[in-house]
Design a protein around this ligand. Structure first.
Ligand code: MYA
Ligand code: JJ1
Length: 388
């Protein structure tokens, strides 16, 4: 049933529930000199092209490929619209490899028609911290679908990851593949309900009018927590300590150092927002919340073409109740004119989703590891990892 995935070192459906299989790598690394030195063969009309997203023209090509061909919802009403600045951020974390930003072009005219990326990360699974690639942005132009190009892209990124002596990867997808380590649900909190309803993102509830709906989702103008402010560079050590301690509770989570926190969590306009609570008396950093900006194109609406969405990223509450902290996150997102605030049911998110008027979405997100087996699939609440 999965001609490609059945050949790969991933958990297979036939092995689900077989507790005799050991946790850890599925196959052992080969020596670096045995890793294939040459790229996989593409169909004759195409060529490999490493994409430098620091280059403006290249970033624009990647942006356009994704804006026209990347992930859509089940009803093809919305398509992710990652910004160039977001792509630069997510593709250039500490220690990134240029060669892991892989494009496929048409030889004749150099048009970019497919893409896949990896970035390095340390991910803890149980008690083991493993160097992995986070693989994302797998995309094949709509006109080239179902020609088995995706497996070639995946094999090529795997080869380039192996050449850096890494043998595991983490990735997410909206589709079911062999086999998820966790299956999570998207939840959505309306900030601009009128627009969301107008564009078909949400519907007027039963026995609801537009004005009742607007009142239902109304938020205070300012955050409620004393000492709530933007994260700054000087907060990196305190935030790292808070996050490391918090993430140690989950079965699978990133192992973040100060350099990672600086990259992934220092605010960048229209890319990532981070806030913390600094205790007004002790000046201690007690709580932290963050979201990233991922707009979607609205595919068929006469009035609106873009949906401005915030996605919950990492949140830690040690003193402020998590419910209140996340309500403050909603308030600042509303201040910044987001239309919707999205969250997965990972970590402790379930504890605030219903109370803060999030509703379940129609999309699921499956998490996967490549060449690493877990004994049991995880509940979303055991997962401490958010991929972009
Ligand atoms: S998830 C986002 C994926 N992108 C999109 O959904 C954008 C819109 N769709 C497309 O561009 C195409 O439909 C794609 C497939 C490119 C997705 N992950 O070429 P095909 C398998 C993995 O004929 P196409 C993200 O970016 C499918 O089951 N495999 O199909 C994370 C079948 O295999 P099998 C997928 O539709 C990516 C084969 O591809 C996915 O033209 C992580 C068919 O190929 C998917 N999302 O193209 C990648 N969708 O027969 C894995 C389909 O076996 C990384 N397929 O069922 C693994 C780790 C690698 C590094 C390892 C290091 C050690
Ligand atoms: O955004 C998503 N769904 C929305 C829009 C649905 C439009 C019709 N299909 C949704 N809206 C309901 C909101 C409502 C607000 C008031 C309260 C009740 C709820 O459900 C979904 C997620 O739910 N998004 C997608 O389907 C996009 C793809 C998700 C898979 C992503 C793959 C990731 C790629 C790897 O990085």
């Amino acid at each position: 049933r999965h001609r490609f995935w059945e050949t790969q070192p991933v958990g297979q459906f036939k092995d689900l529930g077989d507790a005799s299989l050991p946790e850890g790598p599925i196959e052992q690394p080969i020596t670096l000199s045995e890793v294939r030195p040459d790229p996989y063969t593409l169909p004759a009309l195409y060529e490999w092209s490493t994409c430098d997203v620091d280059n403006d023209a290249t970033a624009a090509e990647v942006y356009t490929l994704l804006a026209n061909n990347y992930v859509e919802d089940d009803d093809n009403m919305f398509r992710f619209n990652y910004s160039k600045e977001f792509l630069r951020w997510t593709l250039r974390p500490p220690g990134y490899f240029k060669a892991w930003h892989i494009g496929v072009r048409v030889k004749a005219n150099k048009k970019l028609v497919a893409f896949i990326t990896g970035v390095p990360a340390r991910i803890r699974a149980g008690n083991e911290v493993v160097r992995m690639a986070e693989v994302n942005f797998l995309c094949v132009h709509k006109k080239l679908r179902s020609k088995r190009l995706a497996p070639v892209l995946i094999k090529e990124v795997t080869r380039r990851v192996h050449r850096e002596d890494m043998w595991q990867a983490a990735y997410t997808a909206g589709v079911v593949l062999p086999t998820p380590i966790a299956t999570c649900q998207y939840w959505h909190r309306s900030l601009n309900p009128k627009k969301l309803i107008d564009v078909g993102f949400s519907r007027l509830g039963a026995r609801m009018t537009m004005s009742r709906t607007i009142r239902l989702y109304k938020l205070p103008p300012l955050p409620a927590t004393p000492g709530f402010r933007n994260m700054e560079f000087r907060d990196v050590p305190a935030v790292t300590a808070l996050l490391r301690d918090y993430l140690s509770r989950f079965v699978v989570a990133p192992d973040l150092d100060e350099k990672d926190v600086e990259h992934w969590l220092l605010p960048r306009e229209d890319v990532v927002d981070s806030f913390l609570v600094e205790s007004p008396d002790s000046h201690e950093i007690t709580d932290f919340c963050s979201f990233y900006t991922l707009p979607s194109l609205i595919l068929n609406n006469a009035t609106y073409s873009n949906l401005k969405a915030a996605y919950s990223f990492y949140n830690v509450a040690t003193k402020t109740p998590l419910l209140q902290l996340m309500n403050d996150a909603l308030i600042v997102a509303k201040q910044k004119d987001y239309d919707v605030f999205n969250a997965l049911d990972v970590m402790e998110n379930e504890s605030f989703l219903k109370d803060l008027k999030f509703g379940p979405g129609d999309g699921m997100l499956h998490y996967y590891l490549y060449n690493y087996r877990l004994k049991h699939a995880l509940k979303p609440s055991e997962l401490g990892l958010v991929l972009l």
